[in-house]
Design a binder for this molecule. Structure first.
Ligand code: ADP
Ligand code: MG
Length: 461
């Protein structure tokens, strides 16, 4: 009998706290409790569907890992909603988190066969209902990918095969693939669509090998009208899976079946991939998704706020769009967190409460701030040239802004004093120290100057 006892659960929670940090732990993982344990499955309870989705997508893998560290015999960890007022369907396992299937040994082999091919209902139940074309906000950075995805979804005979979507994490690749699947499933229910992560592809393949069932594996994959493989970079370095994928891919393309692939890099930049596969992947349309611009980030936030039905002041949205510029998933996460907080605690959102609630996230995004960014902003603000930041000129009107920039470099980046000195025309670290002291003194006495510095701190930090 496998079991996770309360002491073990406490250890798991402590480990999670140290991994995700105190703030994130308190917001999300603290309320997770151990439910029942059955054979090798542990069920954890969470207070709401919203929390469950959030925790699953952000911490699911980490929770599984920590539970297994404590008790390796646990093969399955499920999150369920504590108050079962919510329907059973809400408790269905989440998809897209492919590792759920791949990292768990096949506890119930039957549940993970390729039935999704022949069972459209089951198939759509695996798609994220939010990932539709309607919910996708289009901007310069993703318009090509969006247009191509729509084309593939809307017409049977498309001029490009495969469609290869690539871009950094959280920029909407999976969203677009699900959107294609949704569209086809509703408009052309007869077409057989298969969406799966490359990881799951590998898992299915290995299982077929193990059960000596490669024939039906091949047949299943080769009988679809549209095959979508998400995060193909996963099979880098996995030679036999690549080999099989290559053959599947060729068989489908030869029969004019549509193939859609996503990856984090362009075909030619995929490391650990066979050359022939790389070149084949680049034959169709290669569409990259760039990081969202400020306008797009703001647009996405506005649309999400509407959907959440939350009240978030415009200055908070602008603040988020400015500060969280790495990926849309993080942006969404930040919004969900503050909206959830406002809802639970019932206090209106302000810039201050937002900063407090998102401290950890903001700090992670801040790391990218460079001394050059600071010099540029400060020069702009005081109307001096960026080159004056490096020059030897000592006139007050350039020396003061330079000191401000040094001061801000010290407090907003983790660079050392000598490092900062070097970035300011090779000055000595004592010069930087002096600048920091001078500015600290000045802001105490001069209100207008203090406001200037405060303003700069906000736009930069
Ligand atoms: P990827 O697969 O590229 O890592 P996802 O498709 O999982 O990224 O996107 C991450 C999150 O950001 C999802 O919740 C998705 O809905 C959202 N998202 C990304 N781009 C957009 C967009 N242009 N409009 C609306 N939501 C977006
Ligand atoms: Mg993805």
């Amino acid at each position: 009998m496998t079991c996770v006892n309360p002491a073990q659960w406490t250890t798991v929670k402590e480990r999670l706290r140290s991994e995700v940090g105190d703030a994130a732990f308190r917001s999300w993982l603290q309320p997770v409790e151990m439910g029942n344990v059955e054979a090798q499955t542990v069920r954890l309870t969470v207070p709401s569907k919203f929390m469950r989705n959030w925790i699953e997508s952000h911490y699911g893998d980490q929770i599984r890992k920590c539970v297994r560290l404590e008790n390796p015999r646990i093969s399955n960890v499920e999150l369920i909603i504590a108050d079962s007022k919510e329907t059973k369907e809400n408790n269905a396992p989440l998809q897209d988190n492919a590792p759920v299937a791949a990292s768990n040994p096949p506890v119930t082999p039957a549940a993970d066969t390729i039935d999704i091919l022949s069972n459209p209902q089951q198939f759509t139940s695996l798609l994220d209902p939010r990932y539709t074309f309607d919910n996708f906000i289009v901007g310069k950075s993703n318009e090509l990918a969006f247009a191509a995805a729509r084309r593939v979804a809307e017409s049977e005979a498309v001029g490009f095969n495969p469609l290869f979507l690539y871009g950094g994490v959280g920029l909407g690749k999976t969203h677009l693939m699900h959107a294609i699947a949704w569209h086809i499933a509703t408009k052309h229910p007869k077409r057989r669509v298969l969406y799966l992560s490359a990881e799951k592809f590998m898992y299915q393949f290995i299982k077929a090998l193990r059960f000596k069932d490669t024939m039906s594996f091949k047949e299943n994959f080769r009988s679809v009208d549209v095959l979508m493989i998400d995060d193909v970079q996963f099979i880098s370095g996995k030679d036999s899976t690549q080999e099989e994928f290559f053959h599947t891919f060729n068989a489908l393309v030869d029969q004019n079946r549509q193939v859609i692939i996503s990856a984090d890099k362009s075909p030619s930049d995929l490391e650990g991939m066979e050359d022939r596969l790389k070149s084949r992947l680049g034959w169709g349309l290669v569409a990259d998704i760039h990081p969202a611009t400020f306008e797009l980030r703001l647009g996405i936030l506005q649309s999400k706020v509407e959907k959440l039905g939350a009240i978030v002041p415009q200055n908070v949205l602008e603040f988020l769009a400015t500060k969280i510029n790495s990926n849309v998933r993080e942006l969404e996460g930040a919004l969900n967190r503050i909206a959830a907080h406002a809802q639970f605690v019932g206090e209106p959102l302000t810039l201050e409460s937002t900063q407090r609630l998102l401290k950890d996230l903001l700090r992670a995004n801040d790391k990218k701030l460079t001394i050059e960014d600071i010099q540029t902003k400060v020069a702009e603000h005081f109307n001096v040239r960026v080159s004056d930041m490096h020059s030897a000129r000592r006139a007050r009107n350039v020396a003061r802004p330079r000191q401000v920039a040094m001061y801000l470099s010290k407090i907003l980046t983790s660079r050392s004093l000598p490092d900062i000195g070097r970035s300011f025309g090779g000055r000595d670290h004592t010069t930087v120290m002096h600048a920091v002291k001078t500015i600290e003194e000045l802001v105490k006495d001069d209100k207008a100057f203090a406001d200037d510095v405060e303003m700069l701190k906000r736009v930069l930090g």
